[in-house]
Design a protein around this ligand. Sequence first.
Ligand SMILES: [Zn+2]
Length: 618
Amino acid sequence: VAGRISDASLKAVRDAASIVDVVGSAVALRPAGSNRLTGLCPFHDEKRPSFGVAPATNLFYCFGCGEGGDVISFVSKLDGLNFAESVERLASRYNITLTYEGGGQVAHRETGKRQRLAEALTAAAEFYAEQLATPGARPGRDFLDQRGFDRAAAEQFGVGFAPGGWDTLTKHLRARGFSTDELTDAGLTKTASSGSPIDRFHRRLLWPIRETTGDVVGFGARRIFDDDPITAKYLNTPETILFKKSHLLYGADLARKAIAQRYQAVIVEGYTDVMACHLSGVETAVATCGTAFGEDHVKLLRRLLHDQDESRGEVVFTFDGDAAGRNAARKALQFDSRFVGQTFVAIESEGRDPCELRQAAGEAAVRELVAARVPLVDFALRATVEPFDLDSAEGRSGALRAAVPLLAGVRDRVLRNQYALRLSGWLGLELEQVQSQLTEHAGEPSTDARRSAPRPRERQPDDMAVAAEREAIKAALQRPGLTGPRFDALEAAHFSTEVHRELREAIATAGGVCSATDVPGWIARVATAIRSDETQRLVPALAVEPLQYEGDGEEHYIATVVDRLQELHIARRIRDLKARVQRTNPVTEGETFHRLFGELISLEERKRQLRERSLGPA
Ligand SMILES: [Zn+2]
């Protein structure tokens, strides 16, 4: 039985893996105020970012769905890994050698299954890339050459060649210590009818398909030999625990940064189109991997685009100009309403794909193709109307009926009116006719109404005291250096809710705010000191949520918040005292009355001082 990962190793991983880096490879992050970045949550569907990352605390938190935690829990939630696997994944990414407890003197490494499969796939990609230089791979090199891809291009995209022979790769990787089961689970090896393990791909040109992080998860394999018994032009790695084709976009690892910077993603159809686009300077190009563009691709793209109201991204589909292309465009239209930004289509007039275009007309032509994009709705409307005989009255009214549902799906009112006008022009109808059809159509429930409303945020504390307590605890966690002695002077009675008292106690148990040195370590100590799971789950939220002040008087703000807690606490005591004073008979209980009254006076005085301090010098 393998030991537990040592605390020293855990610390090394947490120190090395920055939350911005780890989250940033899956989600486009943008700065939001000092010390915070936001993006679209990968754990729930949202239009506006409620997902935040705080570099200083090395934690993330989503105010929409409540997911939160550190780098390890992020990897675990995103990739569906257990704790040890997540740590191992991060350790390998940051070149940290893990040590395990209970493994004696020897650093014992239990490698998670995913990790093993990922290593096998990386080794396979290297092997295949080397094979491309061998004499047997000549037809593969010719294929690339004929499409204008030189050796440097092949290397940049890691293009490889699966050699002949039944089990060349399988043998090679078994010699490197991978078991047949592992190779099978990675989709590299399959069982022949004879029962022996053989390579999945033979004599094909291969493109490694990677996660946005750059990890190889599978391959796309193109037929290049006429005598290849498998006639399918493309083969893919089968679905494995790593290769889920509906969630993958080829080129996303290379395009990720450009997509976030340019607020644009270009969807092309094949591996060679992605290569042609990137080499031509369209570095935002990606392609689906042997599957139609679908809902999961939308989610991935929106995350990479940071698609939301404030920064309208654009998604550009490229399709052939032929009937199949028009159909594909109509299908793509169903996703139009899923993006906040606009969807476009780039159609090459002679029906050439980006790879052919680059060869025939050069790299500038590829850039121009993308630049000359038209809104997808426009294109789809045209494609819908075209099959009708617009010279006949029946044809025109048929075209109108077919086009109205498309038009009704356009959310932007101004755009919708523009299209209505255009449609009326094409069909030779009055604008009013188109609009009345639209109104009739709108009688049915629109897709907008059915689209789920964003989940309500966690109820914000409405009580003034509770809000101030939350601010003070946030400050204690996020800015211990500015909060130290003031916060440590607070007592349990200064906090009005059970949860806040528990947090205050955990802070004390962890050594007090003054003992904090590095912020992530400090927060981890506090979290460990919390007894209830429910309260523990609050920690990422409190560590990431920005302090509610504006401007740069942070230290003054924190002092004011803590003073406010003192003041509210005194106000509560004054209220209680006044009630007791009223219940006391000054004649029969003279001594008690005077003591209570004296206390009341000094509390009122203390309250006045606090109030004056918080208002600052006159
Ligand atoms: Zn969320």
